[in-house]
Design a protein around this ligand. Structure first.
Ligand code: UTP
Length: 287
């Protein structure tokens, strides 16, 4: 039985949908209340039992690696002042026991290309992929943990799916499933009539290492980019892939409105700020 120890987090993109914020700052460092997006997804992988993160990053984004490294000057200062809670926050950005490896994607040639950049680290292992601008929330079991649990039973690749409004299928990759939850079709941004379901690909995947061979064969597709979806189609012709329907919250934080909605939701739920924030919002509604 193979287990899942690696999570690949592609974070080398240009983040154009969020300009000007992302001109000099990585989109993945945008903050949801008090933590950058990248930390949420690293924690999601950790909670799913994964112990090694492979961060695919770019020369212009050193803050991503720095966030998970030690910062001695800051730590020494906080130690001297005996600010232990703050010290904990500064120190524990990477969950205990988690290893982080980073690889570079010199040029943003697409999501498929970014995932392929992790192959020398992941090698012959099954692995999860988490898009760091998609932030999920579930009270019991996060989306990656659900994929890992599915893998423990079936030992095949899987994609997390989320039910969307039928009229919104045109914006997403949509999957058709058979009664065994195996993927029968995968269509990028279908017409409403074409769509095999309203189950959208949400940004969490689990792949057997066979995906690397498919990515190596994948030509540039839409937008001149090497598309992960194209490699998934090729894999689907050879191996069973499963769809796992996630019933928690999904926020697209790479989109300005999605990010604002996530901020509101996470702030209201925050253990220390939640109550005061909710009061603030209701007092604002008076005007
Ligand atoms: P997105 O398409 O949402 O990110 O890719 P983007 O290209 O940075 O953003 P926009 O569309 O221009 O606003 C999802 C994830 O994949 C990474 C991105 O960093 C993002 O976290 N990615 C995308 C790469 O690592 N390399 C790429 O070539 C493309």
């Amino acid at each position: 039985m193979m287990s899942v120890n690696f999570a690949v987090i592609p974070a080398a993109g240009l983040g154009t949908r969020f300009l000007p914020a992302t001109k000099a700052m990585p989109k993945e460092m945008l903050t949801l209340v008090d933590k950058p997006l990248i930390q949420y997804v690293v924690e999601e992988a950790y909670e799913a039992g994964i112990d090694t993160v492979v961060l695919v990053t770019h020369a212009a984004k050193p803050s991503l690696e720095n966030h998970f490294d030690r910062q001695f000057e800051l730590e020494t200062e906080l130690e001297l002042k005996n600010k232990l809670t703050l010290l904990g926050l500064a120190r524990n950005t990477l969950p205990q026991g988690m290893k982080l490896v980073s690889v570079r994607q010199g040029k943003a040639l697409g999501l498929g290309h970014a995932v392929a950049c992790a192959a020398p680290v992941v090698q012959d292992n099954s692995f999860a992929v988490l898009l760091p601008d998609v932030i999920c929330y579930h009270r019991q079991r996060n989306a990656t943990a659900q994929l890992v649990a599915d893998f423990a039973h079936h030992q095949v690749s899987s994609i997390a799916l989320q039910a969307v409004e039928p009229s919104a299928v045109t914006k997403y990759g949509i999957a058709g499933l058979n009664h065994n939850s195996e993927i029968t079709q995968l269509i990028e941004k279908p017409n409403i009539e074409q769509a095999p379901s309203n189950l959208a690909v949400l940004g969490r995947y689990l792949f057997t290492p066979s995906i690397f061979a498919e990515l190596a064969q994948t030509q540039r597709g839409v937008g001149g980019e090497i598309q992960l979806t194209d490699a998934m189609h090729a894999l689907l012709n050879k191996e069973t892939m499963r769809g796992v329907v996630f019933d928690g919250e999904v926020h697209d934080c790479g989109d300005k409105l999605g990010y604002l909605a996530a901020t509101l939701t996470f702030a209201k739920r925050h253990p220390e700020l939640g109550e005061a924030f909710s009061q603030l919002i209701s007092s604002m509604n008076k005007y």
